[in-house]
Design a protein around this ligand. Structure first.
Ligand code: ADP
Length: 492
C-alpha cells in the first residue's frame, strides 16, 4: 500500500504522520508497512516504507543543510536545540501514550521519566558543546590546538524498546556537534520518532537539519548505512545487525558507534543490602525484560542463595502482568508475536537442556496475546544456551557462587560486556570486583544510574566506542590538531 496523503493517523488519539520527513517537508511513499500495537495486537495503521530513493533525498537534504548548520557554532545551534528540548517537554503526555501504545512500555515510567529524559538528552549536549574546548599547549616552539569540527551527515539507527529516548540520545550530540542527521526509526515502533520531526519543525530547525526516513531495517536502514555521503553511523540494536552494519561501514572506512546486545550479570554477595538486591533483581522484568542493560544473569553467594530465591519468587509473584497503560501494571507485553515466539523458543530450549523453571515459563493465558510470565531458571547446566544468549524477554537465570574469585569469573563468562550490577556492603570488595568485571558500565549497589557526562557503551561483543560527555563529541566530530610555529605571524 502506498502512503500518498499527508493525512495523519490517530495513535491513542494523538495525530501522528505516517510519512517520511525530508528537507523540512512530509514526503509520500510508494510502499508502506503495517504497525501493530503489542497491547492488543490491533493495527495502528500503515507507515511509509522508504528505500534507496528516500534515503538519497534525505541524505542530500542533510548535506545541503550542513554548511549553514555547522557555521552557526555551538551557541547558535544551542538556541535551536534548547527550543527543541522545550517543545519535547510540552508534549510529554502525547509522547508517552504514543510510545506505550506502539511498543507496550509502561506508561507511568514514560510519563514520569523516560520522555523527560528525551528533552534532557537534547539540552544537555547543547550545553556541553558550548563548553567543549579542545586543549591548547606549546612544545618545542610549536603551539598545538585541538579542534572539534563538525563532520557532515550522521546516520542514526535506533531500536524499538525505547525509541524516543535512544533516538534523542543520539540526536542531541550529533546536532550539537554541528552535524546534520538522517534518522531511521525502528519499524516496530516508528511513531514517536515521527513526532520528533514535528517537534523539530515547531522548534524552527532549518529544513534538512533533521530528517526521518521510515522503513524496514534491511531496506531503509541498509540504504542509509551504504550511502556514500554518510560520515558517521550511530547504531543501537542487536549484535547481528551490528555485524552487518560494521561490514558496510568498513568498506567505506566510516566511523561507527555501536551499542549492541548484553547478557549482564547481577552479582549479590552475602554481605549486601538484601532487600535492595531483591528489589533490583525483580526490577529486571521491567519493560518485560526488553532492555539491553538488563542484569539477566543473577549470581548469588551460596550462603544466602535459598533465602534470596524465596524472596525473588515472592517479589515476582506480586508483579502485575497486563495492560501497560494501567498504573498498577509492572510487566507489559512483548513487542510482537514473532518476538514472543523467539522468547518462547529460548525457554523451551533451556528446559530441554535440563534447566529447572523456578517460576513462570509460559505465555500468560489470563492476560493473553503477547504477555509472557516473569520467568526464572535455576540448576542450569553450564553449557546451556540460556546462560549465553540474549533473550530480550522476562527471563532470568540464577546461579550460585562461593568466593569472590568465582563470582568474577562467572560474571565475565560471557561474550558480552554491556553492563554489570554488584551488591556488596564491603567497599574494598566493591572496588576489586568493580574493576575486575569486563563491562562498559558497572553499577555498585545501584542500577540504571546514567549521568550523561559519563561514557556509556559496551565492551566485548556489546559494542564499539563510547558516547556521553566528551566521548559523544569524539565520535561525532572530526578532531583536528592545528600546529603553528610560535612567533611566525607578523599580523593579528
Ligand atoms: P532489535 O531487534 O533490538 O530492534 P535490530 O538490530 O533488528 O534490533 O534493529 C535495530 C534497528 O536497526 C532498527 O531500526 C532496524 O530497522 C535497523 N536495522 C535492521 N537491519 C538493518 C540493516 N541491515 N541495516 C541497517 N539497519 C538495520
Amino acid at each position: 500500500m502506498s502512503i500518498l496523503s499527508s493525512e495523519k493517523i490517530l495513535v491513542a488519539n494523538v495525530p501522528v504522520s505516517p510519512q517520511h520527513y525530508i528537507d523540512g517537508k512530509r514526503v509520500n511513499s510508494a510502499n508502506s508497512f503495517e504497525v501493530i500495537s503489542p497491547i492488543d495486537e490491533t493495527s495502528l495503521g500503515s507507515v511509509a516504507a522508504g528505500g534507496a530513493d528516500e534515503v538519497h533525498a534525505a541524505v542530500a537534504a542533510a548535506k545541503r543543510a550542513f554548511p549553514e548548520w555547522a557555521a552557526l557554532g555551538p551557541k547558535g545551534r544551542g538556541v535551536y536545540l534548547r527550543r527543541l528540548a522545550d517543545v519535547i517537554e510540552s508534549h510529554i503526555e502525547e509522547l508517552a501514550i504514543v510510545e506505550t501504545t506502539n511498543n507496550g512500555s509502561l506508561l507511568e515510567a514514560s510519563r514520569l521519566r523516560v520522555m523527560k529524559r528525551g528533552a534532557h538528552n537534547i539540552r544537555f549536549f547543547a550545553e556541553w558543546a558550548e563548553k567543549l574546548e579542545g586543549e591548547c599547549w606549546e612544545s618545542n616552539g610549536v603551539q598545538y590546538q585541538v579542534k572539534y569540527q563538525p563532520t557532515g551527515v550522521s546516520a542514526l539507527i535506533t531500536p524499538w524498546n525505547a525509541p524516543f529516548m535512544l533516538t534523542t540520545w543520539k540526536v542531541g550530540p550529533a546536532l550539537a556537534a554541528g552535524n546534520t542527521i538522517v534518522i531511521k526509526p525502528p519499524e516496530w515502533a516508528p511513531f514517536t520518532c515521527s513526532l520528533l520531526a514535528d517537534f523539530a519543525e515547531e522548534a524552527g530547525l532549518p529544513p534538512g537539519v533533521l530528517n526521518v526516513v521510515q522503513g524496514i531495517g534491511e531496506e531503509a536502514g541498509a540504504a542509509l548505512t551504504q550511502h556514500p555521503d554518510v560520515a558517521r553511523i550511530s547504531f543501537t540494536g542487536s549484535s547481528e545487525t551490528g555485524r552487518i552494519i560494521g561490514k558496510v561501514a568498513a568498506e567505506r572506512v566510516v566511523p561507527v558507534s555501536f551499542e549492541l546486545g548484553g547478557k549482564s550479570p547481577l552479582v549479590v554477595f552475602a554481605d549486601s543490602n538484601f532487600d535492595l538486591a531483591v528489589r533490583t533483581a525483580v526490577g529486571q522484568y521491567d519493560n518485560a525484560g526488553q532492555v539491553c542493560l538488563a542484569g539477566t544473569r543473577i549470581l548469588v553467594q551460596e550462603e544466602i542463595a535459598d533465602t534470596f530465591l524465596e524472596a525473588l519468587k515472592n517479589a515476582a509473584n506480586n508483579l502485575i502482568l497486563g495492560d501497560p497503560r494501567k498504573p498498577e501494571t509492572n510487566v507489559g507485553p512483548l513487542i510482537t508475536r514473532e518476538h514472543m515466539e523467539r522468547v518462547k523458543g529460548f525457554v523451551e530450549r533451556a528446559k530441554a537442556e535440563g534447566a529447572t523453571v523456578a517460576y513462570g515459563g509460559n505465555v500468560s493465558e489470563d492476560v493473553g496475546g503477547l504477555y509472557f510470565e516473569p520467568t526464572l531458571f535455576v540448576d542450569i547446566p553450564a553449557h546451556a544456551e540460556i546462560l549465553k544468549e540474549e533473550v530480550f524477554g522476562p527471563v532470568l537465570t540464577l546461579q550460585t557462587f562461593r568466593t569472590e574469585e568465582e563470582a568474577i569469573a562467572m560474571a565475565n563468562d560471557t561474550e558480552y560486556g554491556l553492563a554489570a550490577t554488584v551488591f556488596t556492603g564491603c567497599e574494598e570488595r566493591a572496588a576489586r570486583v568493580g574493576s575486575a568485571i569486563h563491562a562498559g558500565t558497572v553499577w555498585i549497589n545501584t542500577f540504571f544510574a546514567r549521568d550523561l557526562k559519563a561514557p556509556f557503551g559496551g565492551s566485548k561483543k556489546s559494542g564499539i566506542g563510547r558516547e556521553g560527555g566528551n566521548w559523544s563529541f569524539e565520535f561525532f566530530c572530526d578532531i583536528t590538531t592545528i600546529s603553528s610555529r610560535v612567533g611566525s605571524f607578523t599580523k593579528k
